[in-house]
Write a protein that binds this ligand. Structure first.
Ligand code: 5GP
Ligand code: MN
Length: 348
């Protein structure tokens, strides 16, 4: 069986492992804007293991995150930069090690990227997105990993830190793998993902409860918003095997939108027979945030990069637009025609 431990991704890890193993350190763990289950789960697993080792750790998220991620063990250790910039800046300023997890471009921590680049701390990056920027002293990057959580677990094992793992840390890592693979429906064709998952189960985590805390934890407003969105704001373009949905600020106000309420909406159009490319546009205060998903070969990270200043994975990516919703949707449809060759092919 393949094993990431045999690979050269660990070649630069010895310095940071030495720092972590020898003496207590002030460690800041940071993750990306609009953090998802993998971002929060990976960050908190790092927090728990490093805290169990005796380090003084803090987690910093650029902005707020949904309630259905707030149950994770260690959640109280997270400082939201947008809410408490001074506290977060102080942690960053005092950190001897800064661990960035689940992102690889400074754009994704735009609230405080200057504080990271300007810091003298040793910087470690653990991530699974393509094309990492080189802002860290050590970059542990593997695009074949299902999730950052999968790599974090192997980082623990590689460095002998796994003996500080406990049920809480395993719970966070499992939540990361489960959410980034859409409950093992994508990004999860490699045996290693299941090998890691099986080892996490050995920590006596409550897998079914974790599932429920994430996926059966929505408000009725959110369900009604989803119903409205699919009913009123969805367009299907069969010719291009594409379907997209959108929500304006007016829609969001009407349904009393809370952070995280639209999580997963982008996946629904992909359930339509014959649809291979889906997009979801949501109007934020000063821009439109876009999520893309695909099945098969259509590379939505390249599409996001090329037309919407974004990036991500081959089948899951995101970007943004500063045009109005109407203009953005119009531009999107025009871009579809430019991808005619790859999108109109009937072969799945
Ligand atoms: P989501 O649609 O769930 O927000 O994001 C899907 C994937 O695309 C995630 O892996 C996320 O990291 C990436 N992504 C989302 N938005 C952006 C963006 O604006 N820029 C980049 N580089 N990646 C993004
Ligand atoms: Mn991830």
């Amino acid at each position: 069986m393949e094993d990431r431990n045999d690979r050269k991704i660990w070649q630069d890890a010895s310095v940071v492992l030495e720092l972590i193993r020898n003496g207590c350190r002030r460690i800041a763990i940071i993750t990306h804007i609009d953090p998802d289950g993998d971002a929060i789960g990976s960050s908190l697993a790092l927090f728990i293991v490093l805290r169990n080792m005796g380090h003084n750790c803090h987690v910093i998220s650029p902005n707020g995150y949904p309630d259905f991620l707030k149950w994770m063990p260690g959640n109280d250790a997270i400082t939201v930069f947008d809410e408490e910039p001074e506290k977060a800046t102080q942690f960053l300023g005092r950190a001897e090690i800064i661990i960035s997890v689940d992102f690889n471009t400074l754009k994704r921590i735009k609230q405080f990227n200057d504080k990271v680049t300007g810091s003298a701390a040793y910087k470690l990056l653990i991530d699974h997105h393509p094309d990492p920027e080189s802002f860290a002293d050590c970059t542990i990057s593997d695009t074949s990993a299902s999730s950052s959580a999968e790599i974090v677990y192997q980082f623990f094992k590689h460095g002998g830190l796994d003996r500080y793992m406990d049920t809480d840390a395993a719970t966070c890592l499992f939540a990361g793998i489960m959410t980034d693979t859409g409950c093992f429906s994508h990004n999860s064709s490699k045996p290693l993902t299941y090998k890691v998952t099986a080892e996490l189960l050995d920590f006596h985590i409550d897998k079914d409860k974790i599932y429920s805390l994430i996926y059966d934890n929505f408000t009725d407003k959110r369900m009604r918003l989803l119903g409205f969105c699919l009913n009123s704001n969805m367009e299907v373009i069969r010719e291009y095997h594409t379907a997209y949905i959108w929500l304006t600020r007016k829609d969001l106000q009407e349904y009393n939108f809370q952070v995280g309420d639209s999580e997963g909406f982008v996946n629904y159009p992909l359930s339509i027979r014959g649809i291979r490319f889906s997009a979801f546009f949501i109007e934020k205060e000063d821009h439109i945030k876009i999520s893309f998903r695909s099945r098969g070969n259509f590379a939505v990270n390249r599409f996001a990069e090329k037309y919407f200043n974004g990036g991500g994975h081959v089948n899951a990516s995101g970007g943004e637009s500063t045009d109005t919703m109407e203009e953005t949707l119009k531009r999107f449809k025009k871009m579809l025609t430019l991808q005619k060759e790859s999108l109109s092919d009937d072969e799945i």
